[in-house]
Write a protein that binds this ligand. Sequence first.
Ligand SMILES: [Zn+2]
Length: 211
Amino acid sequence: MPAIGGKYLGVHSELICANSAYFSRDANQGRTHYGFPGVEETVLNCYINWLYTGTICSKEGLLGLPGVEDPEYVALAKLYNLSKQIEDSNFAGAVTNAFLTKLRERKSSSSKALPGVSCIALVFSSGAPTDKLAQLILEAYARDGNLSDLRDKKAPIHPVFMHELACLLLETRAKPNNTGGLQRLDQCDFHQHPRGAACDVENRPRKRKRV
Ligand SMILES: [Zn+2]
């Protein structure tokens, strides 16, 4: 049962233990309450909602920073960081799929920009640049990005992101067959399972979707 600020959010332990390695390790030790300092209650609620319904509620926009950049990318980055904290690889995959779907749905209008500096900071501050969501954001910028997605923002751009993006662009230019739009990306390349292994993310009995 995750707990935030003294308010306990109840979850059936069989359900959360079947998904999260973090919780299943503790299951036999009688622990019933967990604190997640720094994780917003809305983020935990989103995860619990996904456990029961298979729905990622990132489009509600409550988790992001309205007016600064697309809040859904910020929300998805927070959900992804939680998935790593609780070691739920299927949830990580579901969040990554939602992220890729959103990238592919992007239109050229300025309101549908790529992930902005806040999202990038969340992803690149909490993990290595080899992290799967970090890789997806780098691919999106290398294939589809332009400077206006990063300019005119108050916050600085994460330096590791800029370094990795420069390297990826040079690599991509050296291998022309590697280019192409986001439609050509294989979503399994951004899941937690090894390349070529069976994919559990989409093979769930419940329908997974964003609302
Ligand atoms: Zn997969």
